[in-house]
Design a protein around this ligand. Structure first.
Ligand SMILES: [Zn+2]
Length: 298
């Protein structure tokens, strides 16, 4: 299993910033230490602008590069715009592009980042600058226009950007299980949205997931899946508003991987999505566990 990784140790975020940029290098270290057989960690490369422009407007990319956001736009994005942020986001997206190619070749791959599902064509929201999954899907469709692709989004938040970008595209099925009354306030409908009550526990989450994901996969019969795993349904997350324990998240990971990889043999790309645990190291641990579960599922 190939895992792509980008080093952004030096991206300038102050210690007090709520986005845990450290989770990337922490999780990478945990995955390397576990060293499951067959798992290789490779460098990511920046996504070409031609790929970005299949999803995002040139004006928006330029606004990010020049840090030319209004104060409201800057607040909604939540990360400091500028050339370093654009470069970091291109590397993150490049990892998803490479992982998608690797999944189509090998059956399973990961980006040790990605799943930035709140990014829309002309705006970034909630720490999401570029919609890496949408960029990868459009890049694949440029070469293989008939490939059916499912996005399985188990992050605690609705995948609003991805849903909006693929509305009306029958080749792409967007599945999202998330808290109904939580960020983002506007939730453009995806192919299947499964809203949960705030502070739902693991049993409710897993019941809903197990009832809705298999029929969606049976109906759409994808040739490729992107799984935005999300560590933020955890009970100690700052923003997720769910109450899944470590064991619940492990059960979720095993179920999703079982359905996608083991039962149906769908080429699958595993991505991090959000994670904002009060214990920053635990955020990294949850992401690493999802990757390691994938490595073992294959
Ligand atoms: Zn989230």
């Amino acid at each position: 299993m190939r895992c792509h990784y980008h080093r952004d140790y030096f991206f300038p975020l102050p210690e007090s910033h709520p986005f845990p940029m450290d989770k990337f290098w922490r999780a990478e270290a945990m995955i390397r230490a576990a060293a499951p057989p067959g798992l290789r960690i490779l460098d990511a490369e920046p996504a070409p602008f031609a790929d970005l422009l299949r999803v995002h407007t040139a004006d928006y990319l330029e606004k990010i590069r020049r840090a030319d956001l209004s104060s409201v736009e800057a607040l909604k994005l939540g990360l400091p715009a500028g050339e370093p942020l654009l470069e970091r986001s291109r590397l993150e997206t490049g990892g998803t592009l490479l992982a998608a190619e690797a999944a189509l070749a090998d059956g399973l791959a990961a980006n040790l980042a990605g799943g930035t599902h709140h990014a829309h064509a002309d705006r970034g929201l909630g720490y999401c600058v570029l919609n890496d999954v949408a960029i990868a899907i459009r890049a694949i469709h440029a070469r293989r226009p008939s490939l059916r692709i499912t996005v399985v989004d188990t992050d605690a938040h609705h995948g609003d950007g991805t849903a909006a970008l693929f509305a009306g595209d029958a080749r792409v099925f967007t599945y999202s299980i998330h808290v109904g009354r939580n960020y983002p306030s506007l939730k453009p409908p995806g192919s299947l949205d499964v809203p949960l009550a705030r502070w739902a526990r693991g049993g409710d989450y897993l019941d809903q997931l197990e009832a809705t994901l298999p029929p969606a996969l049976d109906d759409h019969r994808p040739g490729l899946a992107f799984w935005i795993s999300g560590a933020d349904p955890h009970e100690h997350d700052r923003f997720g508003q769910l109450r899944l324990t470590d064991a619940d998240l492990a059960a979720r990971d095993a179920f999703v991987l079982g359905e996608l990889v083991r039962r149906r043999g769908i080429p699958t790309v595993v991505l991090y999505g959000g994670g904002y645990n009060r214990d920053r190291e635990h955020t990294a641990r949850l992401h690493a566990r999802a990757i390691l579960a994938a490595a073992l599922a294959f």
